[in-house]
Design a protein around this ligand. Structure first.
Ligand SMILES: [Zn+2]
Length: 241
């Protein structure tokens, strides 16, 4: 593993990766993982990646988690890049089909890496506010890791997402309000309940899982990135990653 430390995205303060961290201890802004890319590049090459398993853990050198620790994985990543031939006359459009991830969305990438690190660093109860796919992903990866998942969802969340979380064994609480109200409920109770907050940008490793989308895209485009990438902003972890 070539993760060196965590660095505050605002004030630059360094934090140890080897203990559970949420936000910067000085300014409460998000922490980013700093990886020794030169060292990682000695074994992570285009050729070596091509021979590895299809999951996002093929980029192991640039992901957190010590080498001898088994990741919490359900086979996420390695999704196809499909040519949208219907639009061929006007534009050369390709679609990265993230619905083929284990929990049917790109959220699986972030949760695989974040749950792996949370478990490794000793968390036992994970909490997240979600209006859908992030909750489903946390429920699945927490179940895989044998950790508790506590998911707070707005009451008008699609029923399919609520059922998905419950069937996977998560504790689901429906809140009369928006996702921000769900986040506030977690913030209010997490210390007393012993929950580790897995909210978007409130822990450093969901971004690390999401960044593998970019690596895959580069590889699938023969290491030449497209002129334009259209990407839903959501909470922002995918774009930052
Ligand atoms: Zn800071």
């Amino acid at each position: 593993m070539f993760l060196q430390h965590l660095e505050c995205s605002a004030c630059g303060r360094q934090h140890q990766w080897s203990r559970l961290q949420n936000l910067c201890l000085s300014c409460q802004k998000p922490l980013l993982a700093i990886v020794d890319l030169t060292a990682a590049g000695r074994t992570l090459t285009r050729e070596s990646v091509a021979t590895r398993e299809k999951s996002l853990w093929r980029y192991r050198e640039v992901l957190p988690l010590p080498r001898d620790v088994e990741p919490i994985s359900l086979g996420e990543g390695g999704t196809p890049l499909l040519h949208a031939q219907k639009f061929e006359d006007n534009i050369d459009l390709w679609i990265k089909d993230e619905s083929l991830n284990p929990t049917q969305s790109f959220k699986a990438r972030g949760m695989s890496v974040a749950v792996s690190m949370a478990k490794y660093l000793g968390a036992t109860k994970l909490a997240v506010p979600s209006a859908g796919n992030a909750g489903g992903a946390l429920a699945a990866y927490a179940a895989r890791a044998r950790l508790e998942a506590h998911i707070f969802m707005p009451r008008d969340t699609p029923r399919a997402n609520i059922i998905e979380c419950r069937e996977l064994g998560a504790h689901v609480t429906l809140i009369d309000g928006l996702i921000t109200d769900c986040a506030a409920e977690i913030a209010r109770r997490k210390r007393e309940e012993g929950w580790f907050d897995m909210s978007t940008l409130k822990e450093p490793y969901r971004i690390e899982g999401k960044k593998t989308l970019g690596y895959e895209l580069a590889g699938q485009c023969q290491w030449q990135l497209p002129d334009v990438i259209l990407y839903p902003t959501g909470g922002g972890t995918g774009l930052i990653g």
